[in-house]
Design a protein around this ligand. Structure first.
Ligand SMILES: [Zn+2]
Length: 327
């Protein structure tokens, strides 16, 4: 067993500066306030401190920020209240933050931090949606809405409009380091699959087409445009199908019966099942691969091919939601 290494905050920030050019990235951050006493850089570094130490509230962070050594670390001129954090965040410029995320993820890839845990040499990413905010009283122009029925004090049903936000995210899930690659908000009057398609179009633009190899997704996103895009980019797909009477599931099972998966090389692990099947599934045109359960398929085909390589066992990432997006 490896001994746990202890790092202190200065060495951690030194590592960030050296490997991820953290100082330059933070310098590019900004918000919409005019001549603020507390700079956006200090706001970000303070929030970063709260994130690293998993502080549960801005009040807790405010208490920490009263310490002179933390003011020094965050380049703050003195203690400041959590209202400063709120004002700054309300107008924070998102583009430099997104660019920072992309640069850090690219550096992780270049430094081979995503290599451990690869499945037959392939990096696996997951796509999934989560809800992040909801309110019965506050809303903005980008809020989604739904009707919620609850019981009042007399036990009578009362219908209210609830406002909420939902996003679709893509995250690398095969490596011990699991970076979020990108997020896309679901807009009013559109489906989650539309936001997912927008996100998937953006990923190769910012990361290149070979940043990851296998994409896990729920059947909700397995629409023709997504499957076509995956084929164009040459991502292999692992789709979780939850309702066994769905057409897609039935088509997939028909393909599985028609031909057993074959493995020619680690790179071509995702078998082109449809090659062996003269018929085409009705729901989508020529996807490169369909799998219902990646772990099951890989182990089954492993037995058939006599593969003993430990890495060839497809591992399904731990998940609290569908196909593996960590929350
Ligand atoms: Zn809103």
């Amino acid at each position: 067993m490896h001994a746990t290494q202890n790092h202190e905050l200065p060495s951690f920030f030194g590592y960030l500066r050296k490997v991820f050019h953290f100082r330059e990235a933070v310098a590019r951050l900004g918000d919409g306030r005019q001549d603020p006493d507390i700079s956006p850089q200090t706001v970000f570094l303070s929030l970063f401190h709260g994130f690293v130490f998993r502080l549960s509230s801005f009040l807790q962070l405010e208490a920490d920020l009263a310490q002179p050594h933390l003011q020094h670390c965050t380049e703050a001129p003195g203690a400041f209240g959590n209202d400063v954090l709120r004002y700054s965040l309300a107008s924070f410029t998102l583009e430099p933050l997104e660019q920072m995320l992309v640069n850090i993820n690219r550096r992780l890839k270049r430094n081979k931090a995503l290599d451990p845990g690869r499945v037959q040499g392939r990096v696996v990413a997951a796509l999934d949606g989560i809800e992040v905010l909801s309110s019965f009283s506050r809303c903005c122009e980008f809020c989604l809405q739904r009707r919620v029925v609850s019981l009042d004090e007399q036990g009578q049903p009362v219908e209210q409009i609830q406002y909420y936000h939902r996003l679709v995210g893509c995250q690398v899930v095969s490596s011990p380091v699991k970076p979020i690659l990108a997020l896309e908000w679901v807009r009013p009057n559109e489906g989650e699959d539309t936001a997912a398609l927008r996100l998937l179009h953006r990923l190769p633009e910012v990361y290149g087409s070979r940043f990851f190899d296998i994409l896990l997704l729920d059947s909700l996103y397995a629409q023709t445009p997504v499957l076509q895009l995956a084929k164009e980019i040459d991502w292999d797909l692992v789709i979780t199908l939850k309702q066994e009477n769905r057409t897609l599931y039935q088509d997939a099972m028909a393909c599985f019966k028609a031909a057993h998966p074959t493995i020619n090389s680690p790179k071509s692990m995702a078998t082109t099942l449809l090659k062996h099947n003269s018929g085409r599934p009705r729901s989508f045109p020529s996807p490169r691969s369909i799998r219902n359960r990646c772990g099951w398929c890989a182990r089954k085909s492993e037995k058939q091919n006599g593969t003993t390589d430990r890495e060839s066992v497809s591992r399904r990432p731990s998940s609290r939601n569908g196909c593996g997006l960590q929350r």
